[in-house]
Design a protein around this ligand. Structure first.
Ligand SMILES: Nc1ncnc2c1ncn2[C@@H]1O[C@H](COP(=O)(O)OP(=O)(O)OP(=O)(O)O)[C@@H](O)[C@H]1O
Length: 573
């Protein structure tokens, strides 16, 4: 947990780049506060110079003065709010960009441990909370605190005795507000956790919509959603109690202060120590103090909300970043070697890869086969360093990939996964994802080689169609061909293919296979294979079993020597 001081310094750091806007906001806050003071100030001459002596000659200019004060004050408040909001939305924007940038640098291993819903909640809710609270708190702090100071000065000037008397309530007020703020802190933490669960749940439902429908789990999910919503509702209600409670305390204390002033004030007037004008001016000032005080108490409460948001975002900012080596690798010349590699997933105790030794010469096509869960995908995911081995090393041309510059290492590799992600971009941008500066001719050329051109040109906006918009979507086979076109355009020397387990229709399958043929030409390919044809034509077949390499060889060799291979191979024919 971070302390209030740390949170305060954090906020200062956040608003520092906007200092000129903050200065403008403070200037307008000061003007508004002074004008609030002017209202209380003018009560005295109104009483002592106009009403009591019944001298009404000033009364003509008074309405004009009142209009001037109110209009100027409203304008000053408008401008200070505008500048402060500009600060808060500006810092919200840069915070979101910073956290997105951070997410892109976090190792895959750390992100895969968290749910995407939780991440979305942190990026949207927590930055949103910081954005609004920092704006509100700073705005309230500058405007209301200044107003309180101006009003206290006026009260002291009018009658220090009466003012000091009302000060009795302030320590009690501060003590109670602080107690409430402490209580809300934990509740806010819970609320933000619940919000993250909520987003996670919604995310899951939308991603697994087909399963929900087919397994007819609408009622079950609705009940769960109802439970989550009720928990959120109850938490919100608790927070409302605390928030409104703090306002109630201020109102109660203002009542006590008012009674004290009336009681002692009438005594001072009777003794001619103060004039009725002094009394009413002070009375107005003290009454006016409580509204900004109420806002300050609420802002103090929100400051705790902001601390919770900062804490949760800091957890992401504290995540480690991918460690890159320094040796740049320009070309792949010789081979890829796995040497005595062991691996377990972060947070899990199960060793999923054991004693892996594998040499893949340049230009070879390697098929990795094995039962589900035998470690095939894990094995290939170590090469682009999505994860690092627990023990052992992986080398490219004899160099440990850990000491290679990560960018240059990944430059050598393209991946076509089982489930392709098509981003919310145009088809052309999706294809040029790995080569953003590609020309349109190059993109079309790649699409043609991936057997995607024909269906792309039939889309209403052709290569400029944005998938996901206006209801356009692609079939599984079409998505795979886009992924293949993406890899063709990138044209790296090493390919990692994870063959889709779900079978496409025969025509689509034929196109995908042809596209893969084009893609593999002249490349070193590691393919997590599920198809008989793919396996048969591989230069080397690696048979995985329970995280170990059971056997390595060609189809003909393994057919004779490896029982496991025979079983697997039989199941695919
Ligand atoms: N992110 C993860 N965290 C923890 N364990 C994991 C993770 N991903 C996979 N595993 C475990 O690692 C083992 C190997 O999984 P892997 O996905 O590599 O197998 P696979 O042979 O590719 O399976 P499939 O053919 O079903 O894709 C399995 O026991 C799996 O439960």
């Amino acid at each position: 947990m971070i302390s209030k001081r740390e949170a305060f310094l954090y906020i200062i750091k956040l608003i520092k780049p906007y200092w000129y806007l903050v200065v403008l906001s403070i200037l307008f806050s000061s003007l508004a506060s002074l004008l609030s003071g002017a209202i209380a100030w003018l009560i005295k001459p109104l009483f002592d110079k106009i009403f009591l002596p019944q001298n009404y000659k000033y009364l003509k200019i008074l309405p004009i003065a009142v209009i001037f004060i109110f209009v100027t004050r409203a304008t000053a408040i408008f401008l200070q709010a505008y500048f402060m909001k500009k600060v808060s939305y500006g810092l919200g924007k840069s915070l979101r960009i910073k956290i997105y940038e951070k997410l892109l640098k976090v190792p895959f291993s750390h992100l895969s441990q968290r749910s995407s819903g939780e991440m979305i909640s942190r990026i949207m809710n927590d930055t949103g909370i910081i954005e609004t609270t920092v704006g509100d708190i700073s705005r309230t702090f500058f405007l209301e605190a200044l107003t309180v100071i101006v009003l206290i000065i006026i009260s002291l000037y009018r009658s220090w005795q009466l003012t000091l008397l009302t000060f009795i309530v302030f320590p009690i007020l501060f003590f109670l507000s602080n107690k409430i703020a402490q209580k809300t802190h934990k509740k806010r933490h819970n609320l933000q956790e619940e919000m993250a669960n909520f987003t996670h749940f919604l995310n899951e439902t939308l991603n697994g919509f087909k399963e929900v429908k087919v397994y007819q789990q609408e009622n079950f999910l609705l009940k769960k959603f109802d439970k989550l919503s009720t928990e959120l509702y109850l938490l919100f209600l608790k927070l409302v109690k605390y928030n409104e409670g703090s306002k109630w305390i201020v109102s109660f204390m203002s009542g006590i202060a008012g009674a004290l002033i009336l009681f002692y004030g009438t005594y001072l007037i009777q003794k001619n120590i103060i004039s009725p004008g002094d009394f009413f001016s002070l009375f107005t000032a003290i009454l006016m103090i409580f509204s900004p005080l109420k806002k300050l108490a609420a802002a103090y409460n929100r400051f705790h909300e902001c601390i919770t948001g900062i804490e949760r975002l800091e957890q992401i900012f504290q995540l480690p970043e991918e460690k890159s080596g320094s040796i740049e690798i320009k070309n792949f010349k010789k081979d890829i070697c796995y040497k005595d590699v062991f691996f377990k997933y972060p947070g899990s105790s199960k060793i999923v890869l054991k004693d892996i030794n594998l040499k893949i010469p340049k230009g070879y096509m390697v098929a990795i086969i094995g039962k589900s869960g035998s470690g095939k995908s894990t094995l290939v995911s170590l090469l682009p360093r999505f994860y690092d081995p627990l023990k052992g090393i992986i080398t490219i041309d004899g160099i440990d990939i850990k000491i290679l510059d990560l960018k240059s290492l990944r430059e050598l590799i393209a991946i076509v996964p089982q489930e392709t992600t098509i981003f919310n971009l145009t088809i052309a941008e999706n294809i040029s994802f790995g080569k953003p500066n590609a020309t349109m001719e190059e993109i079309i050329e790649a699409a043609k080689k991936a057997y995607a051109h024909e269906f792309i040109v039939k889309l209403p906006d052709g290569y400029n169609t944005v998938i996901g918009k206006k209801g356009f979507s692609l079939s599984g086979g079409q998505k795979q061909r886009i992924a293949i076109a993406r890899a063709i355009l990138k044209n790296p020397p090493i390919l990692i293919l994870d063959e889709a387990t779900s079978h496409l229709d025969t025509i689509s399958e034929k196109f995908v296979q042809k596209a893969i043929e084009n893609l593999m030409q002249g490349k070193t390919t590691i393919i997590v294979a599920h198809r008989y044809n793919t396996i048969k034509r591989a230069d080397i077949i690696v048979v995985m079993n329970k995280g170990k390499i059971e056997a390595i060889g060609t189809h003909e060799e393994l057919k004779k020597t490896c029982k496991k291979y025979q079983e697997l191979y039989q199941s695919l024919i």
